[in-house]
Design a protein around this ligand. Structure first.
Ligand SMILES: Nc1ncnc2c1ncn2[C@@H]1O[C@H](COP(=O)(O)OP(=O)(O)O)[C@@H](O)[C@H]1O
Ligand SMILES: [Mg+2]
Length: 243
């Protein structure tokens, strides 16, 4: 579904060049749930921004569902992003003076979805995150965990096949973080591919595949179900044997 080959991203400020990603290569298959860890400043957010087509990359090759992202115009990039990708951020990014319903509605209006269809989708998505009864509330009337669930409903309303989450539980306590993780797991079971940056080792371990970004590159460290890729077939057998 996602294929990045030798992606580099250089941020140029007045006198400084920052190589936020260098020769970054990664393949993500449809239906995967990947946790991304790595030190602060290592390029995790930059990677999500590239994957989510929020910003252009400096060099390399990126294809999403077989579409060569590097070859698209700005409008085509925005269309592809709107069709396929949903974002969840650490800070929820809800609009404080809009109700939950209206918050989820914003991206749908932006996409020109007709009013009747908007209402149906918003109700379905608030239902899915367990907040249907709160549709008229304002974000400040909710806990942090609930606010993040609204942000997830907003991302889901666009029916993304690919969900990118940047430290979605970073502002939440352990219990709320687990609830958000459970919701993401359910969304993944329903078919969405998820890439989640997290600092939380417990949550990272729960994701079927773990990757690590160090110094703008993918570290030589990929775990599937907590074990290195190379020993995958052996471990599969063992897990089955234990069951
Ligand atoms: N818009 C930007 N302009 C300049 N430098 C940036 C910008 N965004 C990120 N960087 C730099 O790129 C590097 C990677 O940042 P980031 O992807 O945010 O790391 P992480 O999410 O892993 O903490 C850092 O050195 C950061 O300072
Ligand atoms: Mg970051």
């Amino acid at each position: 579904m996602l294929k990045m080959q030798n992606i580099s991203k250089v941020y140029q400020t007045d006198s400084v060049q920052t190589h936020a990603l260098r020769d970054f290569s990664l393949e993500v298959k449809e239906g995967e749930f990947i946790a991304v860890t790595g030190p602060s400043g290592s390029g995790k957010t930059t990677f999500l921004n590239m994957a989510g087509i929020l910003e252009p990359f400096t060099s390399g090759h990126y294809s999403l569902d077989g579409i060569d992202v590097g070859g698209l115009s700005d409008n085509q990039r925005a269309d592809l992003r709107n069709q396929k990708i949903g974002f969840i951020f650490q800070g929820f990014n809800l609009i404080p003076d809009l109700s939950l319903f209206e918050n989820v509605e914003v991206p749908l209006r932006y996409r020109g979805v007709p009013a009747k269809e908007r209402k149906k989708r918003i109700e379905e998505c608030l239902e899915q995150v367990g907040l249907a009864s709160r549709a008229k509330h304002l974000p400040q009337q909710l806990s942090g965990g609930q606010q993040q669930r609204v942000a997830i409903a907003r991302a889901l309303a666009g029916k993304p096949r690919f969900l990118l989450a940047d430290e979605p539980t970073g502002n939440l306590d352990t219990l709320m973080a687990r609830q958000v993780m459970e919701l993401l797991e359910e969304i993944n079971r329903n078919g969405a591919t998820i890439v989640m940056v997290t600092h939380d080792p417990e949550l990272a371990r729960r994701a079927p595949r773990n990757i690590q970004v160090v110094d703008g590159q993918l570290a030589d460290f990929t775990l599937y179900q907590g074990v290195p890729e190379a020993s995958q077939p052996v471990v599969d057998t063992r897990i089955k044997a234990e069951v």
